[in-house]
Design a binder for this molecule. Structure first.
Ligand SMILES: C[S@@+](CC[C@H](N)C(=O)[O-])C[C@H]1O[C@@H](n2cnc3c(N)ncnc32)[C@H](O)[C@@H]1O
Length: 141
């Protein structure tokens, strides 16, 4: 589910962060075209600054930068609410899904408060190159 379809649901508010100025401008246009601008807070910044800028914690975090999600997992963990879920998208070199699954679980080894992880294949990006998403269910206890 993308941010637009989440924002289309009633009583849901969505915060989105985009560092690129042109992509941010297009994001604002999309918010209007999809009639979700009233429920979207759209921030033009480097996402690593968010834990210091925002007091709010989030029930669900999407990480749609599969090439570098490993660099940003610490930021996402600083923003997720107790009991929240992080959708960790990753591009990985692997022979098959099982190898990609092991690689992503290995990357997440040591994440504090990880209660449950489900890994799914999203698509084949290229030969021996898969996109997977790991749904991280987190709790402080
Ligand atoms: C693969 S695109 C995702 C496109 C679209 N935002 C989506 O969710 O479908 C990744 C986006 O992350 C943005 N990005 C990369 N590094 C970032 C960072 N440190 N903080 C915020 N946005 C970043 C890029 O400018 C790019 O638009």
């Amino acid at each position: 589910m993308g941010r637009k379809s989440i924002a289309s649901r009633r009583r849901v508010s969505v915060t989105s962060c985009e560092s690129n100025k042109e992509a941010y401008r297009l994001h604002l246009e999309n918010n209007l075209m999809n009639k979700v601008a009233g429920r979207m807070t759209t921030i033009n910044a480097d996402s690593t600054t968010l834990p210091n800028r925002l007091e709010q914690k989030f029930d669900r975090i999407l990480m749609p930068l599969p090439t570098r999600a490993d660099k940003y997992i610490g930021t996402a963990l600083g923003l997720v609410a107790d009991g929240g879920v992080i959708h960790y998208y990753r591009h990985l070199t692997a022979e098959d899904f099982e190898e990609a699954r092991s690689a992503v679980l290995n990357e997440l080894n040591g994440v504090q408060g990880l209660r449950n992880v489900e890994v799914r294949k999203v698509r084949e990006v290229g030969p021996r190159w898969l996109e997977v998403v790991a749904d991280l269910h987190l709790s402080k206890n």
